[in-house]
Design a protein around this ligand. Structure first.
Ligand code: GLN
Length: 248
């Protein structure tokens, strides 16, 4: 049987920063290397809901507040409903930084402006004024699938509600808010995180989890993925851990 995954890339022009596009390359390549066809569908401003519905994995990256505000106006009620249905239905997705904030209830900018969130995940984000320190640097977190490494740069502090779990706990870095030691969020098969870098090329185990979940969802059977030669990927992973003085 020929397997195929359609990777939906939400707002590639506006929502992609600090190497986020590497996540799409990583997902597509890791599929191709296993003879799984990967089609990348770019969902730019004004995208059609029909195109969103065809996706088997979703990805949206981070951006500055201005871009987040433009995108929030493109998210019609109908688009929000469709995305919510897909997330509730277990369509796997990865949402980084600005995109992660966006899935929550709201994001309060440094000047107090509120960008309404999609209200899909039980979380909210607030920036504490222009003079408040941004949370910047390399980061390492402990998760259910081993450690994840990345780079974070955000002003917003995210707080999780009781209906959602963190993606991981901080080993080094700031994470959701710099206080409670949590990083990111998980809900069904959707993951939110502050880890840019990009996250997937240097955390191949996380890329494979997303691919595996998508195949399982689409073809309604468990999948074990063929092993790939990941020496370089793990070297990149280790390089960040070493910089932070953390042995793996
Ligand atoms: N604008 C958001 C913040 O600073 C998101 C930044 C980002 O995506 N890197 O909190």
């Amino acid at each position: 049987m020929n397997y195929k995954l359609t990777i939906g890339w939400l707002y590639p022009e506006l929502m992609s920063t600090y190497g986020d596009r590497g996540n799409i390359i990583s997902l597509a390549k890791r599929c191709e290397w296993r003879n799984i066809e990967a089609e990348v569908r770019r969902l730019e401003l004004g995208f059609k809901i029909e195109d969103l519905k065809k996706c088997d994995i979703l990805f949206m990256g981070g951006a500055q507040d201005k871009q987040q505000s433009i995108v929030s106006h493109d998210f019609s009620t109908q688009k929000i409903k469709t995305l919510k249905r897909m997330i509730e239905d277990g369509i796997p997705g990865l949402y980084i930084c600005g995109a992660y904030q966006f899935l929550g209830k709201y994001y309060k900018e440094a000047d107090g402006t509120i960008i309404k969130g999609l209200g899909i995940l039980d979380l909210y984000t607030e920036s504490r004024g222009k003079n408040f320190k941004r949370l910047i640097g390399n980061i390492i977190i402990e998760t259910r699938i081993k450690k994840l490494v990345g780079f974070e740069n955000h002003g917003g502090r995210t707080y999780l509600g009781k209906n959602i779990k963190p993606l991981g706990t901080i080993v080094k870095g700031f994470g959701n808010n710099g206080d409670d030691k949590t990083e990111g969020a998980m809900y069904k098969n959707s993951f939110g995180s502050y880890l840019h870098g990009p996250i997937l090329p240097k955390n191949p185990h996380f890329a494979d989890l997303l691919i595996q979940l998508s195949l399982k969802k689409k073809y309604k059977q468990p999948f074990s993925l063929a092993k790939l030669e990941d020496t370089l990927e793990w070297k990149a992973h280790e390089a960040i851990a070493n910089r932070l003085g953390i042995g793996l």
